[in-house]
Design a binder for this molecule. Structure first.
Ligand SMILES: Nc1nc2c(ncn2[C@@H]2O[C@H](COP(=O)(O)OP(=O)(O)OP(=O)(O)O)[C@@H](O)[C@H]2O)c(=O)[nH]1
Ligand SMILES: [Mg+2]
Length: 493
């Protein structure tokens, strides 16, 4: 995702490194490179202008120019401005009503039907089984396509044979959902062009008659500024609640992703990163900015890892971890899931210090990661049940026996045990923590793993302690005071 934008920004930051005393001229050159990389990524001109104006204003201040590491300061400023550009966004769906209706709309082929399935799967993971509604009566195969997706994930699909009016289909589906206490209904509408008056009017009528709680526009991220323009047109007609940008696994340059919110005022809420129904990510501006800057996104990584194990398994593991138990059997479960071809490349994209996924993919392809994972599973399989539960009994003699059984060298067994210890520490260390604590811990890990050589700012390490309400208030006040002072200074400059 966004290789060229990442490379361009990295080049800009690098150009400021090791300059000794930085001049305003050096900084202006660096900023020009930031601007160019955004233009190359097909970000809308208006967005680039406004973004660069905010970044330049801060970057050309004395505080940055005289700083010990100006390039780190610039990364910090760009990061903050990217977050502002992409958000704020509230991705959570709140289902307050008895029946909550989500309507999906968008251009032909943007990914609506696939995304209906992806959203249904996401809700299922949260314990809600939605009703999918085949309201695309334009394309003959559309109804079957939704049924196939519904069967695949075990979600019911409502459709009517021979009915020509999508408004009727939607109304009947909602009535059925009410009668059957189904909390969420997802309407898969037909693809249409915003200039197609008749079809747009049909969509407006569904909107008025069925009154969806959420209108989501699905746009194809590969189509660049066309995606942004279509978002504007659909928003004028329907008042969108959010955008879902698909196909970001392709060679999308990032322009549409960075422009949509600024140009249309509608935030991106989810992104599609592949054809598989698991390939939907909740959009978090902080995580995305961090990924664009090569700083990784630990929360997205954990989210992806969680998708690999089913709910029951997760619950079982959580209980074990809270008791401080993490055995080689658990480790084996993880290894086996991670051995899926292509999965490691995806996971690596979330890790800090890995801005250039092109190189990483090549490296991983060459190093046959999934083969290595499978070998690890083989090593664990040649251990006895006792050894798997308590690996401390594995002495040199046992190591040799295990290695022989798995057809590997003895040192491989040693390495596996070392990796297992490391993972056990992390897993049991985080067990029982609340979501906020976990997030903090993860940010700590992320900060620790950041590659300082890549010129990324060091994040102050959190003590992991929870702040009291009083401390939080105090911090907030201090932050506001600092902000006020900064604003005042900027005005007087
Ligand atoms: N690579 C990739 N392909 C996707 C993604 N989302 C959807 N697709 C593919 O895009 C194609 C079109 O997807 P659909 O879900 O049928 O699109 P649609 O908007 O419902 O199309 P119409 O109903 O014809 O308007 C399919 O081949 C999908 O597999 C994604 O995030 N990544
Ligand atoms: Mg469709």
């Amino acid at each position: 995702m966004f290789d060229s934008l990442q490379d361009g920004l990295k080049g800009a930051f690098k150009s400021l490194r090791g300059k000794g005393k930085l001049t305003e001229g050096n900084m202006r050159d660096g900023l020009k490179m930031v601007e160019q990389s955004m233009l190359d990524a097909d970000v809308s001109i208006d967005v680039v202008r406004s973004f660069m104006s905010s970044v330049s204003q801060q970057a050309l201040g004395e505080k940055v120019l005289l700083a010990l590491r100006p390039e780190e300061q610039l990364v910090g400023i760009v990061n903050e401005e990217l977050v502002k550009l992409l958000g704020p966004v509230d991705s959570a769906f709140e289902f307050h009503k008895d029946v909550n209706i989500i309507m999906m709309c968008g251009l032909q082929g943007s990914g609506k039907t696939t995304t209906c399935g992806k959203l249904a799967k996401l809700f299922q993971r949260e314990g809600i089984t939605p009703l999918l509604v085949a309201a695309d009566l334009q394309r003959p195969a559309a109804i079957d396509q939704l049924h196939v997706i519904g069967d695949q994930i075990g979600v019911p699909v409502y459709s009517e044979k021979g009915e020509q009016d999508p408004i009727k289909v939607c109304s009947n589906a909602v009535a059925k959902a009410k009668a059957e206490n189904c909390k969420v209904v997802i309407l898969d509408t037909a693809g249409r062009l915003a200039i197609d008056e008749e079809l747009m009017q049909q969509l407006k009528t569904i909107d008025q008659k069925v009154q969806p709680d959420q209108v989501m526009l699905v746009v194809d991220g590969m189509t660049g500024q066309d995606a942004v323009r279509s978002a504007g047109a659909f928003h004028d007609a329907l008042e969108l609640n959010g955008v879902i940008m698909t196909k970001l696994d392709g060679d999308a340059r990032g322009g549409a992703l960075l422009s949509v919110k600024h140009v249309t005022g509608v935030p991106i809420r989810f992104i599609g990163t592949g054809e598989h129904l698991d390939n939907l990510e909740v959009f978090r501006p902080e995580g995305m900015a961090s990924r664009i800057l090569g700083m990784g996104d630990m929360l997205a990584l954990v989210d992806e890892a969680n998708k690999l194990v089913d709910e029951k398994e997760q619950l079982r593991m959580q209980e074990q971890l809270e008791k401080g138990r993490f055995t080689l059997n658990d480790f084996r479960v993880h290894m086996e899931k991670m051995a899926k071809p292509g999965l490691m490349q995806k996971m690596m994209g979330f890790l800090p210090g890995m801005p250039n996924m092109g190189d990483i993919s090549k490296m991983l392809n060459n190093s046959d990661t999934s083969g290595q994972m499978r070998r690890m599973v083989g090593v664990i399989d040649s251990m006895t049940a006792d050894e798997r539960v308590d690996p401390s009994v594995i002495d040199a003699r046992r190591k040799l026996r295990i290695a022989k059984g798995a057809g590997v060298e003895a040192k491989v067994v040693g390495e596996l045990l070392k990796n297992f210890d490391m993972m056990k520490n992390v897993m049991t260390g985080m067990a029982g923590m609340g979501a906020t604590e976990k997030m903090k811990k993860m940010q700590e890990l992320q900060a620790g793993a950041m590659n300082p050589a890549a010129g990324m700012p060091k994040v102050k390490k959190s003590t992991g302690k929870r702040l009291t309400a009083k401390e939080r208030k105090k911090m907030q006040k201090e932050r506001e005071k600092r902000l006020k002072q900064m604003k005042k200074k900027r005005k007087s400059d």
